[in-house]
Design a protein around this ligand. Structure first.
Ligand SMILES: [Fe+2]
Length: 279
């Protein structure tokens, strides 16, 4: 009984917090040029040669949805990041504008055989932060686990609507949209898309492993303001962080998309976190 009460209380808290950030998101999204990325996504095949073993970055502890996340960035991954950002840099800056920053970095490993159930990212959703770009770099994949998007569905302004409320109650939709497009990335491919597009991960058709490097780009001032209430910022929240050594920091600096306002150096270690902001 107590846990049901707690659950309902959390759902109401979630609805109120999302309503509170709607104005902020829509204010900053006025500066986004959505027409610069036609249909809301870009997909390029075979732009990377992957010459390392993704297994070295993971152990065997998958969550109940079959995922493992890694934010340990070494020189090899840092070079892959820089290469792919350079490839898409004009698109990122044209879309988000001059206040764009590299907001989060992680590698995601999905193992269908370790999944006890499907996660909510497998159902249609928007990411609840308005316009924000995600760059997926496929490190290991056979194209059977695509991200499916509804082209041009990002023209709508952000709103925490009925679909998002139903998701809080675990009522999810995977229905087929006639105009949806599967971005079927295999090893070496990369895709950039606006997470304000209606999208879903299609995990149900494959039994093979998928490993992707995910980079997020957003207006830095918007992310600083909404990161208490919705997953964004380094580490996915205001208190989240990514740690780099000096060598990785120097490599990533070449992107010019690292936000110096949120980086702090302690004894040669660089901590990238919104918590480092000085008021
Ligand atoms: Fe998503």
């Amino acid at each position: 009984m107590l846990s049901l009460y707690k659950k309902i209380k959390n759902i109401f808290k979630e609805i109120i917090s999302k309503k509170n950030i709607t104005k902020t998101i829509n204010y900053y999204d006025l500066g986004v040029n959505i027409n610069s990325i036609i249909n809301g996504y870009i997909f390029h095949k075979k732009i990377n040669h992957i010459d390392f073993n993704y297994k070295n970055y993971f152990n065997n502890s998958f969550d109940k949805y079959g995922f493992q996340i890694c934010r340990d960035i070494d020189d090899k991954i840092a070079h892959l990041i820089v290469k792919n950002i350079n490839y898409f840099k004009n698109d990122i800056l044209s879309f988000i504008g001059p206040d764009a920053r590299l907001d989060d970095i992680y590698m995601s490993l999905y193992s269908p055989k370790d999944a006890l159930r499907f996660g909510t990212s497998g159902a249609w959703h928007r990411d609840n932060c308005g316009h924000r770009l995600k760059l997926f770099v496929c490190i290991e994949g056979d194209g059977q686990m695509p991200t499916v998007v509804v082209p041009k569905s990002n023209v709508k302004k952000y709103k925490f609507g009925i679909r998002e409320i139903l998701r809080l109650f675990n009522i999810n939709s995977t229905k087929t949209y006639g105009n949806s497009v599967s971005i079927s990335y295999s090893t070496g491919d990369a895709a950039l898309f606006d997470t304000q597009l209606l999208h879903r991960g299609s995990y149900e058709k494959s039994n093979s492993i998928r490993c992707v490097l995910i980079l997020e780009f957003i207006n830095r001032y918007k992310s600083n303001l909404i990161s208490d209430f919705t997953p964004c910022g380094p580490g996915g929240s205001r208190n989240g962080e990514i740690k780099f050594n000096n060598s990785v920091f120097k490599i990533l600096e070449n992107t010019k998309l690292i936000d110096k306002e949120i980086i702090k150096e302690i004894n040669g270690e660089y901590i990238y976190s919104i918590n480092n902001l000085v008021d």
